[in-house]
Design a protein. Structure first.
Length: 248
């Protein structure tokens, strides 16, 4: 059975996904923080040498890739773009050719990627190289929170592009947009969003648990999702619908 590669595997949604997939699959986790003795391979997605070293330890053929690693908008804007967009793109481009027929790439975006604005910029950024993306981020003077929105909007578009590009090889690509999830990242979202996360909680009365998002990702990676590609699945406990109601 071909293995699934999961980034961001040491914490939160990624760790939950590794636990879930491991019940039926070989799984390899990658993360910047790999505890000694843990099965996770240490890999900083923003460091090409670190990614190259991790790639050398991965099988030549894999069944799928789950892009989960990310940082919140409390980080500086360039760091947010480096991890969320450029790091995700780096590992995806490196591994796409290894994904077996019938496999899939699932990328965790965010509801933040659905915020209005920056559409033309995102289109240009996806055609730009890493240095140009970072130069634009500095010139545009983005806050970390704005960079988070842009990075996730770019991942939504990148996920669709991959779907079209990889279809001839029968590899699917989807994205998942969670609302607030109870992970170590949540307090940072609260800090960068100034209270919006708390209001969000009132719809379902709680935030998502990491395993509730992991199950969506696992489904999209699986052959059960064989007819689903190029789409974003919003997993937000009804929050988007509530906001639409509020707007009426
Ligand atoms: P988390 O902080 O628990 O896990 C993120 C993992 O990514 C960490 O283990 C971290 O070490 C790893 N990581 C960060 N930078 C890295 C790098 N340069 N190279 C390799 N690994 C790196 O966070 P959580 O909540 O599990 O987040 C997972 C994904 O879900 C992120 O992409 C996040 O943007 C997204 N998300 C989370 C939401 C939430 O409320 N927690 C809401 C919407 C989206």
């Amino acid at each position: 059975m071909t293995c699934i590669v999961v980034t961001g595997a040491s914490s939160g949604i990624g760790a939950a996904l590794v636990r879930l997939l491991s019940e039926h699959h070989p799984v390899v986790g990658l993360d910047r923080h790999a505890a000694p003795g843990s099965p996770v391979i240490g890999c900083d997605l923003t460091d090409p040498a670190s990614v190259a070293a991790a790639l050398a330890r991965l099988p030549d053929r894999i069944g799928g890739l789950a892009n989960v690693a990310g940082v919140a908008g409390t980080a500086p804007a360039t760091r947010v773009m480096e991890v969320n967009l450029l790091g995700t793109r780096r590992i995806t481009e490196a591994l796409a050719g290894r994904i077996a027929d019938g496999g899939a790439i699932v990328t965790v975006a965010s509801l933040a990627g659905h915020h209005p604005g920056f559409d033309d910029d995102v289109r240009r950024l996806l055609a730009a190289d890493d240095d140009d993306v970072l130069a634009w981020t500095r010139t545009a003077g983005l806050s970390g929170a704005q960079a988070y929105d842009v990075s996730k909007k770019a991942l939504l578009r990148y996920g669709r592009q991959l779907s079209a590009r990889l279809a001839p090889r029968r590899v699917r690509s989807c994205t998942v947009s969670p609302g607030p999830v109870e992970t170590p990242l949540l307090p940072e979202f609260e800090a960068s969003m100034a209270g919006a996360v708390e209001r969000a909680a009132t719809w379902t009365g709680r935030h998502a648990r990491p395993e509730e998002i992991a199950r969506v990702v696992a489904f999209l990676l699986s052959p059960d999702a064989s007819w689903i590609s190029g789409v974003d699945v919003v997993a937000d406990g009804g929050l988007t619908a509530r906001r639409a109601d509020d707007a009426r």
